[in-house]
Design a protein around this ligand. Structure first.
Ligand SMILES: [Zn+2]
Length: 187
């Protein structure tokens, strides 16, 4: 069992589980992710695809610099996080890495547009306890706020990684264009 290196472009999309009545509201369920090697601290240049885990075992990649194995495990449920080489300190939380967290949606009410968060919440109710893609969430908020993205910007949210998936870069671009204070830098 191994991790497959994506041959971009891919049709796979990162998803979010909507639990609009729950505290977290958005729960990432991630298919596409970057990696770094915990042995030589090298960010890997390609994205990887989560092909499903069995008893928490996701798969293994080979470091493109030192050739050692990078093995990935998860919680065997929604992919909200992954572990790199099994270490608890190397648990990667996608609500942080991908800024897929309701606290950023809440920030849209700082705009002069009226009731953005209420409108987003009302629209999401039809998807309660279902999945939508990150692109669908972004398009929903773009339509409500009339803020447009072009998908050409690239961001880094954690220095250990050198690349983020396109749908995530575009989600972060929306936050950036809305002038929301985000822990990300443009690359
Ligand atoms: Zn390495």
């Amino acid at each position: 069992m191994g991790l497959e290196i994506l041959k971009l472009p891919t049709t796979k999309k990162n998803r979010i589980y909507i639990g609009i009545e729950s505290e977290s509201k958005l729960i990432p369920d991630i298919d596409i992710f970057p990696l770094y090697c915990t042995c030589c601290n090298t960010a890997q240049s390609k994205l990887y695809e989560h092909l499903g885990s069995r008893y928490g075992q996701v798969g293994t990649a080979i470091c493109e610099k030192c050739g050692r194995e990078i093995y990935i495990t998860d919680h065997d449920n929604l992919v909200t996080s992954i572990y790199i080489n099994g270490s608890p300190s190397n648990e990667i939380f996608f609500n942080e890495l991908y800024l897929l967290d309701w606290k950023f949606v809440d920030e849209f009410d700082r705009l002069s547009i009226i009731n953005v968060v209420k409108k987003v919440t009302d629209e999401l109710k039809q998807y309660d306890r279902e999945f939508i893609t990150v692109d669908e969430l972004r398009e929903m908020i773009e339509n409500i706020t009339d803020i447009k993205t072009d998908g050409k910007m690239k961001f880094i949210t954690d220095e250990r990684f050198s690349i983020l998936p396109d749908d995530i870069n575009r989600w972060i671009e929306l936050l950036y264009r809305a002038k929301i204070n985000i822990p990300a830098k443009i690359v």
